[in-house]
Design a protein around this ligand. Structure first.
Ligand SMILES: Cc1cc2nc3c(=O)[nH]c(=O)nc-3n(C[C@H](O)[C@H](O)[C@H](O)COP(=O)(O)OP(=O)(O)OC[C@H]3O[C@@H](n4cnc5c(N)ncnc54)[C@H](O)[C@@H]3O)c2cc1C
Length: 133
């Protein structure tokens, strides 16, 4: 049986290992740090589990979604009908980016226009971009 050595146990290395082993290869992963997951990891902060990345998965992430299905983790994800993200700034003020469900692609514009992290000038830039698109 052919052997494959994978350097790095981030999502890329782990998913490569999974698909290669499903294809019949013997795989070995070498990871420099004491944990797997690479940049997509979580840590405990004051008894709260904080995700480092990934935060946003979209339906176009076909291979990632297949990967989480195969490892049996899909039920651990929260899938939203429409995008809604909370942001906390360094003053601990909460902002929300909420994209309405209907009227694509105008829903993106509506969400960004209501996103109070953006100032008036930045919102105008977004508007100009949408007109261009
Ligand atoms: C704060 C943050 C938020 C993010 N949010 C999102 C998001 O919302 N949506 C999204 O799609 N993506 C997001 N990302 C990006 C996403 O997390 C990365 O694209 C993805 O995790 C990269 O995976 P990777 O396996 O390619 O690389 P990495 O995660 O970087 O893994 C590489 C691994 O290789 C190891 N390694 C490196 N060199 C060696 C060596 N010589 N020997 C052994 N091991 C080695 C490293 O220790 C590491 O574990 C975010 C990233 C961050 C940091």
């Amino acid at each position: 049986m052919k052997k494959v050595l994978i350097i790095g146990g981030g999502i890329s290395g782990l998913s490569s290992a999974l698909f290669l082993s499903k294809a019949g290869f013997t795989v070995e992963i070498i990871e420099a740090s004491p944990k797997l997951g690479g940049r997509a990891y979580s840590f405990n902060y004051n008894n709260t589990i904080v995700d480092n990345g990934q935060h946003v998965l979209m339906e176009c992430y076909k291979n990632t979604l297949e990967y989480i299905d195969i490892i049996g983790s899909r039920e651990l994800f929260e899938f939203q009908d429409s995008l809604a993200i909370n942001y906390l700034n360094n003053k601990r003020e909460l902002s929300k980016l909420e994209i309405p469900k209907y009227f694509y692609p105008l829903n993106n514009l509506i969400g960004l226009m209501n996103f109070n992290v953006l100032n008036i000038r930045e919102r105008l830039e977004v508007l100009k971009l949408f007109v261009k698109i």
